[in-house]
Design a protein around this ligand. Structure first.
Ligand code: UFG
Length: 322
């Protein structure tokens, strides 16, 4: 697994270990944390280009590829970094896989491949018109994966995540979002609840939505992890499958704030500011296809996501780990 020291990768690693898989995590720790790699997984601190081949020669059966740059704004400011890392890094990985004879891969893709959708819910057949180098670089990987399936007999599954939230709390294993520069809505709201920030800035209330704020489809990271296990088992030689992953429900920024106020029992001051460039008004997934083909169903709602994210945030805060 690449990127297994990051938020989503570490949760999937923990689930795989819990299911009895042997897991090797390759991560350069550019954004991840070594202590997020779950006990029971082997950790290799290294780089995709330099180190993937060595790891793959150690009897690996399949790859889950999470390692990537994932900030939309940063990608607009520095596209070259995103192309080099997200496309260049993946090309190096795929070539190393081809040489080592490892042909199954589950790839972390994103709703950002669609850009501003014409209609919601967004199906996999919707036009892919990314509006950022981040989305474009992830979409380019899908083109390459399709070719590797066709030309080299790979079996690949791309999972297009919508808004991932929540945490993995199991015994003494606690994994959640801990980005150096936090841009995501729920951790930002919870940081205000904990006193880490004075108020939440709401990015625009003049969108064509019911309450004027953006609407997103939030999915619990545990539901997302379950989908990865199914995708891994569903890799079929010669086939590149693409699935959306969301709940199929949209929540506005104001609704998410209300859910956080309810769960935390705190006021959470908020102020409406300007729009964030590049934010689509509404993004809601249709995850019907992965339901039909892999029998995946999301099980956790928005309050479960907020509750788990809140438990995780408080635990880090209490232990001075923020
Ligand atoms: N928001 C705020 N204030 C904040 C943070 C977010 O109002 O402090 C709003 C945003 O404008 C957006 C919503 O909350 O409407 C969710 O924002 P996030 O940053 O949490 O998530 P995004 O929808 O921007 O990002 C997600 C994924 C990205 C992906 C993108 C595609 O996290 O990886 O969708 O649009 F690229």
């Amino acid at each position: 697994m690449t990127g297994g020291a990051g938020y989503i990768g570490s949760v999937v690693a923990a689930r795989l270990v819990a299911e009895g898989h042997d897991v090797v995590v390759l991560d350069d720790l550019s954004t991840g944390h070594a202590d997020a790699v779950p006990r029971g997984a082997m950790f290799v601190h290294g780089d995709l280009r330099a180190d993937a081949a060595g790891v793959l020669n150690g009897g690996i059966e399949a790859v889950l590829h999470f390692a990537a740059r994932s900030l939309v704004g940063e990608s607009v400011a520095n596209p070259a970094l995103y192309w080099a890392s997200n496309l260049g890094g993946t090309l190096a990985l795929l070539e190393a896989m081809r040489v080592a004879g490892v042909r199954s891969i589950v790839f972390s893709s994103t709703a950002a491949t669609y850009g501003e959708p014409d209609s919601v819910p967004v199906r996999e057949s919707a036009p892919a018109r990314p509006t950022s180098p981040y989305g474009a670089s992830k979409l380019a990987v899908d083109t390459v994966l399709a070719e590797y399936c066709l030309m080299h007999g790979f079996g690949a599954v791309s999972l297009r995540y919508f808004n991932v939230a929540g945490a993995y709390l199991e015994g003494d294993v606690r994994l959640g979002e801990r980005h150096a520069r936090e841009t995501h809505l729920i951790p930002n709201i919870l940081s205000v609840a904990l006193g880490g920030q004075e108020e939440l800035s709401i990015f625009g209330d003049d969108y064509p939505t019911a309450d004027g704020s953006c609407v997103r489809d939030y999915i619990h990271v545990r539901d997302l992890a379950d989908a990865h296990l199914l995708a891994l088992a569903g890799c079929t030689p010669g086939r590149h499958a693409v699935y959306n992953l969301g709940n199929g429900n949209g929540y506005s920024t104001f609704e998410v704030l209300a859910a956080c106020r309810e769960v935390t029992g705190t006021e959470i001051p908020a102020r409406v500011g300007g729009r964030r460039p590049g934010d689509p008004a509404v993004l809601i997934a249709s995850s019907e296809l992965i339901g039909l083909e892999l029998n995946w169903r999301p099980e956790r709602d928005l309050s479960a996501m907020v509750r788990d994210a809140w438990d995780f945030a408080r635990w880090r805060w209490r232990d001075g780990r923020a």
